[in-house]
Structure formats: structure tokens, C-alpha cells
Design a protein around this ligand. Sequence first.
Ligand code: BGC
Length: 358
Amino acid sequence: MKQIQCRIAGLLMAMVAVGMLAACEGQEPEAQKERILPPETGQDEAVKIGFSMDTLKEERWLKDRDLFRQAAEKLGAEVEIAAANGDDALQIAQAEAMIQGGIDVLVIVPHNAEATAAIVHKAHEAGIKVIAYDRLVKNADVDLYVSFDNEQVGELQARAILDAVPKGNYAYIGGAPTDNNVHLIKKGVLNVLQPAIDRGDVNIVYDEWTDDWAPENAQHNMAEALRANGNQIDAVIAANDATAGGAIKALAAQGMNGKIPVAGQDAELAAAQRIVAGTQTMTVYKPIQNLTAQVAELAVQLAKGEEIMTSVSVNNGKTEVPSILLAPTAVDAGNLADTVIADGFHSKEEVYQEAKND
Ligand code: BGC
């Protein structure tokens, strides 16, 4: 709005200036109007996208930030980025500042699925559409949700670990409960494990969330799992690679690293190296480049008022949010080269060289 007001004011000033010039030259201002070109319609202006991020802590979010900027700029859009370091109040304040600063569309990675509903509300009051990026915002009229299929992430993890350990004691190291993905991932894990649990083959002897996804909290949880079960744990499913890394440290403290299977998610470089070294069994690869390319395109379309049709919708407690869910891939030592490395997500040198240096 402010932008539009400025544009009109600028145009009026230009017209007055030309009119004065025409008057000085003794010509009718009317005749000069043809030369006042072109009145700005705003249509050629770059779309301005606000990208409100929870955190840049995990390696993946740095990729999201950089690839999203690149994808958007390739489409001629401008991107304003803010990361909130896991602070809800800060994320809300940063998003508000973007809204007031005149963005055309808001893309948000919520730290807290519930708290960020306030941002969606404020954006809508200003006529700005909102895309939930990777994580859903709950209980708000989100315009679009684009992510990977998080339930499938959990299914891939559980299938890989169940293949390796069809019977035994499992520890589940969950993610941050404030992140909606975490509940979807766990649902996926249980989709696969439940029949084995019902048969009495699999026993989940430890099941805890990891506050703020912090690796030190995951390490603490895993140490507690080992202590409470006298180290009688046969497999670990961790919600992502950062928490897997923490869990593996706790296993190492008991001389158990590399001895029992561990699953993670994100295909972080450190996880790829651990897979090569044999201390982590698998990860779930989510090609961030596909997510950023999709969202950048959709953000520009939404900003231009175009309608987006999706074949899927996800209920967020308030509404059926039109959604796009991309496919994740299970990665282990067998297909690391054909997936993560082949895509250039990490180079072969990084993955293998560093593993040798471990
Ligand atoms: C993302 C994961 C990420 C985790 C921690 C989740 O919402 O889907 O890729 O590892 O947050 O940041």
C-alpha cells in the first residue's frame, strides 16, 4: 500500500514538473501528457517475497536459504530473508516487519506450528498470501503448503531399520514437538512398526521428543535410553541427522557406535560421512533444490494473483490447505553415490575424503 502511495505521489510530482516545464515553454500541459511515460502500473515491478525462517542451525536450512534466493531471483523476484533462531516472538516480529515493508507474498518455515498462525492472520489483513514451507502452520488459513511427504520420511526410516533388525528393542529419538513434521514422521514410523510391535517382535523401550531438535538434547535422551535399559537397545530411529548425530555420540560413549543400526533424515554431509564410516545406517534424502524451485515459482504466481490448483490438501486444524508433497528417498551406503552425490547435493570428495579423515 505504502509503495502504491509513493508511486502515485511520484507520478503526480513528475506530472507537475512536466506541466511546469510545458508552461515555461509556453505549451499546453495537456499536449505534454503524451510524453509522461509510462505511468507506472506496478506490473513490471519485481515481485517481493518475504522468506521467514525458523533457524539456520541445521545444514539443510543454509541450502534452503541460498537455493530459494537463487530460484526466486532467476524468476526476477526479490527476496527478503529473516531467520528467528528458534524464537517465536522474534519470528512474528520479523514477519510483521516484512509485511509492513511491502512484500507481495510471504513464505514461512514456522518454528512453532501454532504460534505462527498469528503471522498468517496479519499477512492476510494486509492482503498478502502465505505459503507454509516444509512445515505446516496449524489453525490458520494458510494459502498453500509445500513440503516433502513427512509421513513417508518416517516410513522409509522404519522400513530400513526393520529390515536390519526385525526383532529387538528400539529407541525412538523424536524431533521438536512444536514442529508439525515431527508428528507426521512418527506416524509414518508407527505405520511400519506397528505390526511388528503387535507381534511382540519390536519393543519400543524408549520414546522421547528432542526439544528444539538440539543434538545435545538427543545425546542426553539416548544416554538416558541406554541407562534405563542397561544398554539393551538394538536399533535407533532418530527424527533427523542432527539428532542421529547426538544419539551416535551417546552410543559411542558406551562403545556401541557402529554396532547397532541408526536412522536419520536430511542427508547432511556429516550423516553421509557417518554412513560411509558405518556409524549411521541410513538417512532420508530430500532434494532441497526441488522444494525451492517449486516454492519460488508458486510464490511468484500467488503474488500475481494467479490461482494455484493442487491435487492434495492437508488439514491443519482449521482448513484443508492446498498442498504439494514431494517424494523423499531412503539413502544408505548402497545408493549414496546414485542419489546425494549424483545430484551434487554433496561432492564425492567431501563425503569420502572426510570419512577417511575421521
Ligand atoms: C525438517 C527437517 C529438519 C528439522 C530440523 C524439520 O521440520 O523437515 O528436514 O531436519 O525440521 O530443523
